[in-house]
Design a protein around this ligand. Structure first.
Ligand code: ARG
Length: 577
């Protein structure tokens, strides 16, 4: 099965070929000017330039050849040389029916399947999850789901920060307090910032923490046992928090897992002449003559022989290559780390840690700011814990729903639904912005039921669900599943159908651009088209059975496309509100 635009490109490409031109010129896409036409092809423009011909003449020849083709209700050449198309109703409906027959609405067809790892989350053990971790979790989860939806094999790895000085700090402080093990996550959360502050003022303590880190990294029993306990407490707490966000990892690996690979890797880099000593440290040159700004050498070991963040990331690549040999790895990490990843990727390719063909990408995301335009903080100016942010938004959503007099739900149901919609509000608020840009976290705006928000999408989906429920009650015993789509009656209905037909194309390009915001933009438009259609159509009270059933089929299919879309965004659906 092909996407609708592929089918049109096929036909128009053939017409170009028949007229003696290249097939590729016939590429058709959704129109930028829906007021003029539904689809467009700009191929004659580029072609004319190359062949030194008049573009309008080429377009006219092609348009003439398409006359009488039932796929199009309009195929016309317009100056200076564009082709504008509208599609016939029957063709459009057939395409939608074909989409509806497949589980993924046809989006996963014709895609070369890859093995992809998504490295996201990246929290540091023993520190509470704070809003700085929100974006990695939300965006990474969505990319993982988009890839899977399109049929790729996708492995999500959290890549815990579980091996650095912060572990030594905690161990040193535990020992000073005369404690064998930590008892709880709250104890750890108190100890870490305390020890971190202390190390800044107290040189001896800092030395001690470094020693503990060294012992841990060299496998000494006591420190390793404490580390295990810290990990147990932390991971349980992290799982609980990520679950609230509907975020799940396939692998709970961390920097520590890369440790066994470091020694051999460093030895090889030295032996093969890639790594050399510079000011005591071991480095690999990664400059490229095409660079416009200088990329400093990648440091592999510090002068005291200690491993660094780059070292664990490189060793992790050794491990990933050995265990999974992925075609592609996507790192969803704060964009301020872009130099780090540039160095790591270049070193990995240059030294053959990964093959040249492996795609390594850093999707660097921007900062989540408060309304003042500065990084989001608590009212007191501290770092906001993720848990608190989530419960604040849930409370806000609950209040909003509670104040609606028309609501027909018990208090308990309101709580539950408000919980789901609040998460949708947070995730959609984040995902609807281009990942690389900073954005403002605005609870009022995000929780609004109007505009480009998660609650508006949820509301529209619940609206469709409720119409389908009402229909099933009124026409008891009718088999909604068997209803067939009918040709559109109104411009609003056709507009909705056209939007639905774009789903596969949209999903494919959203994933190739690593752009969940494209999915959000799509469902926002879909919601608008649906609401416009519903505004002019009396579905349930329609007397003509055939029309009524056609519309119910359209509603079901619209809901299916919505469900697929929110599923890839990692947003759970609400049933009633
Ligand atoms: N733990 C790191 C941090 O807090 C993020 C890890 C991202 N992933 C990676 N492979 N480096 O900055």
């Amino acid at each position: 099965m092909n996407y609708l635009t592929d089918k049109l490109s096929e036909i128009v490409g053939q017409a170009f070929e028949d007229a003696g031109f290249e097939r590729e010129a016939g590429k058709v896409r959704f129109s930028d000017r829906p007021d003029l036409c539904e689809f467009q092809c700009n191929g004659a423009m580029a072609l004319a330039k190359r062949e030194k011909k008049n573009p309008f003449d080429i377009a006219e020849t092609v348009a003439a050849a398409l006359k009488g083709n039932e796929v199009f209700s309009k195929a016309e050449a317009v100056r200076p040389g564009f082709l504008n198309f509208n599609v016939g109703d029957a063709f459009l409906v057939d395409c939608l029916k074909e989409m509806d027959r497949t589980e993924k609405c046809g989006a996963d067809q014709d895609i070369k399947h890859e093995k992809i790892m998504v490295d996201y989350g990246g929290p540091n053990v023993a520190k509470p999850l704070h809003i700085g971790h929100l974006r990695a979790a939300i965006i990474g989860e969505s990319l993982k789901r988009m890839g899977r939806f399109l049929g790729h094999e996708v492995i999500g790895d959290i890549h815990l920060g579980d091996w650095g000085l912060q572990m030594g700090l905690i161990i040193a402080e535990l020992k000073e307090r005369g404690k064998e093990f930590p008892d709880s996550i709250s104890e750890l959360e108190e100890i870490y910032p305390f020890a971190s502050e202390k190390s800044k003022k107290d040189e001896a303590f800092r030395e001690k923490a470094m020693e503990e880190t060294f012992k841990l990294q060299h496998g000494e029993k006591q420190e390793t046992d404490i580390w295990h306990r810290i990990m147990e407490l932390s991971v349980a707490d992290l799982k609980k928090n990520y679950e609230k966000l509907n975020v799940e990892f396939d692998l709970w690996k961390g920097e520590s897992d890369a440790d066994p690979y470091i020694a051999d890797m460093v030895k090889r880099l030295k032996d093969e002449g890639y790594a050399y000593e510079s000011e005591g440290a071991l480095v690999v040159d990664v400059t490229d003559e095409k660079d416009s700004k200088e990329i400093p050498p990648c440091m592999i070991l510090k002068s005291d022989g200690a491993a660094l963040y780059t070292t664990t990331d490189l060793a992790t690549l050794v491990q990933r290559e050995q265990d999974y040999a992925p075609d592609r790895i996507i790192y969803v990490v704060d964009k301020r780390q872009s130099l780090h990843f540039e160095q790591v990727f270049r070193t990995a390719k240059k030294t053959g840690i990964v093959p040249e063909s492996t795609i390594l990408e850093h999707l660097g995301f921007g900062t989540m700011n408060g309304k003042d335009g500065k990084p989001f903080k608590t009212r007191e100016g501290g770092v906001m814990r993720l848990e608190i942010l989530i419960s604040d938004v849930q409370e806000e959503m609950y209040k909003k729903m509670k104040s609606n007099e028309n609501i027909n739900l018990s208090d308990e149901e309101i709580r539950e639904t408000a919980g789901i919609i609040a998460i949708a509000a947070i995730k959609y608020g984040d995902l609807s912005n281009q990942a690389s840009k900073d954005y403002v976290f605005d609870t009022d705006k995000f929780t609004s039921f109007e505009g480009n928000t998660g609650p508006y999408i949820m509301y529209t989906m619940v609206r469709i669900k409720s119409i389908l429920r009402k229909y099933a009650e009124k026409y008891e015993g009718s088999d909604i599943e068997s209803f067939e789509l009918k040709t559109p009656e109104s411009p609003e209905e056709k507009a909705l159908m056209l939007k639905l037909s774009a789903f596969g194309t949209m999903m494919r390009s959203a994933f190739s651009e690593l752009a969940p915001h494209r999915v959000c933009a799509y469902i926002y438009e879909l919601a608008n088209e649906f609401n416009r259609f519903y505004h002019v159509t009396k579905v349930i009270t329609e007397e003509d059975r055939e029309k009524r059933e056609g519309w119910i089929a359209l509603l079901s299919f619209t809901l299916k496309v919505f469900s697929c879309s929110v599923e890839v965004l990692g947003i759970k659906e609400a049933e009633r509100m």
